[in-house]
Design a protein around this ligand. Structure first.
Ligand code: UD1
Length: 355
């Protein structure tokens, strides 16, 4: 069987790695990786391939940054050519980024079977580009691999046939479980003994400049109580230029980190403050308190049974939560079922049975 994996953005890479590895153990599978080039900086892409033990992509479409319409359209045109040349038996797409929906649409039009890894997650917020990407990809995929029971329920409610929905667990946690033992060697130097780790990149947060400024000021206040390490996403860095001249030194701004250094920090952090999707899951697995600066989440299981708290835009609530965590009061969480490091093997079993 010929299998093509499509990735494009940073969060796709830790999902691809375990699936690629699990298929590599199966005879008669010829697999290749297409990178759309949506993320192109070395520290947003290449270093992740290296650390996750992946070979360089077989094909890079080099689409780069553009408006969403142009980015999706360019990926479609360039990926159609790849599929015409290779005619694989199956394509796997990951997560909810523009590369995911673009590749999915091409497969659907060329009638090539498509599997969606991390299917069924819903924030029910259609102002998020990722929500549209998730909804549409799930509508046209032939195999839906879900990380949690809530995703199965969402898909069933939307009319997906039961036989295409497969609850396999969380492939991102597969990577975390595998890489955790190695990550402590990658801790950045001169770390404070207690710190908050911050990431922000959602357009709803960082493209709203008055709100971004307010959030950063609030973080500066928190940093006076608990030092903050803040690896800044390129989108956020762009928006922060010109906002103000200097930030307090306790708010330590840094370049985006490689996977292992980031995992090491996440594991050591007193609290993580974020608007990322995957980080809500990783902190739940690690049992580290997570404050999510969003009104909703497509990963409700991290709130229901994990360590995640949605704090929305309530700055006082964020500061109060941090104070509580500093004083030792923290939400106790559990690890969701099937977040056990073996989700990718379950995907291989399903494909092996059905294709
Ligand atoms: C994308 C995903 C988001 C995911 C995030 C992880 C979509 C719609 N969004 O958002 O779901 O959580 O990736 O990072 O697909 N840039 C660089 N270097 C890079 C990549 C981007 O400088 O390697 C800059 C460019 O100025 C670009 C901006 O960051 O315009 C945004 O990049 P883009 O890939 O469009 O979206 P993200 O915000 O990264």
């Amino acid at each position: 069987m010929r299998l093509v994996h499509v990735v494009g953005a940073r969060p796709n890479l830790m999902k691809l790695a375990p699936v690629y590895r699990a298929f590599a153990a199966v005879p008669d599978i010829e697999q290749s990786v297409v990178h759309t080039g949506q993320h192109y900086d070395l520290n947003m892409s290449d270093v992740f391939f290296q650390q996750l033990g992946l070979n360089s992509p077989d094909v890079n479409l080099h689409v780069g940054s553009a408006s969403h319409a142009k980015q999706v359209a360019e990926i479609m045109v360039r990926f159609e050519k790849v599929l015409s040349d290779t005619r694989p038996d199956l394509v796997l797409v990951y997560g909810d980024v523009n590369s995911t929906i673009a590749a999915a649409l091409v497969c659907s039009k060329m009638r090539i079977r498509l599997g969606h890894v991390e299917a069924g997650l819903r924030s029910f917020d259609r102002s998020m580009p990722e929500e549209i990407n998730r909804l549409l990809t799930d509508q046209i995929a032939d195999f839906l691999f879900t990380p949690s029971e809530d995703a199965n329920q969402n898909l069933a409610r939307e009319g997906a046939p039961a036989e295409v929905i497969n609850l396999v667990g969380n492939v991102m946690i597969d990577s975390l479980v595998r890489m955790l033992p190695a990550c402590q060697m990658h801790l950045p130097p001169n770390l404070p003994s207690h710190f908050a780790l911050v990431t922000l990149h959602r357009p709803s947060n960082v493209d709203d400049l008055p709100w971004l400024d307010e959030m950063l000021q609030s973080l500066a206040q928190i940093a006076a109580r608990l030092p903050i390490l803040f690896p800044v996403h390129p989108r956020t860095k762009e928006r922060m230029i010109g906002l103000r001249d200097g930030w307090p030194s306790a708010l330590r701004l840094m370049e985006p980190l490689p996977y292992l250094a980031f995992l090491a920090l996440e594991q050591q952090a007193t609290v993580v403050i974020t608007d990322s999707g995957g980080i809500q899951e990783e902190t739940t697995y690690l049992g580290v308190p997570c404050l999510t600066i969003r009104e909703n989440t497509e990963r409700p299981i991290t709130v229901k049974i994990g360590t995640n708290i949605l704090v929305g835009r309530d700055q006082k609530r964020i500061r109060d939560q941090v104070e509580q965590i500093i004083s030792g009061i923290r939400k106790k969480g559990k690890i969701p079922p099937l977040w056990d490091g073996h989700a990718a093997e379950r995907i291989v079993e399903v494909i092996h049975r059905l294709v």
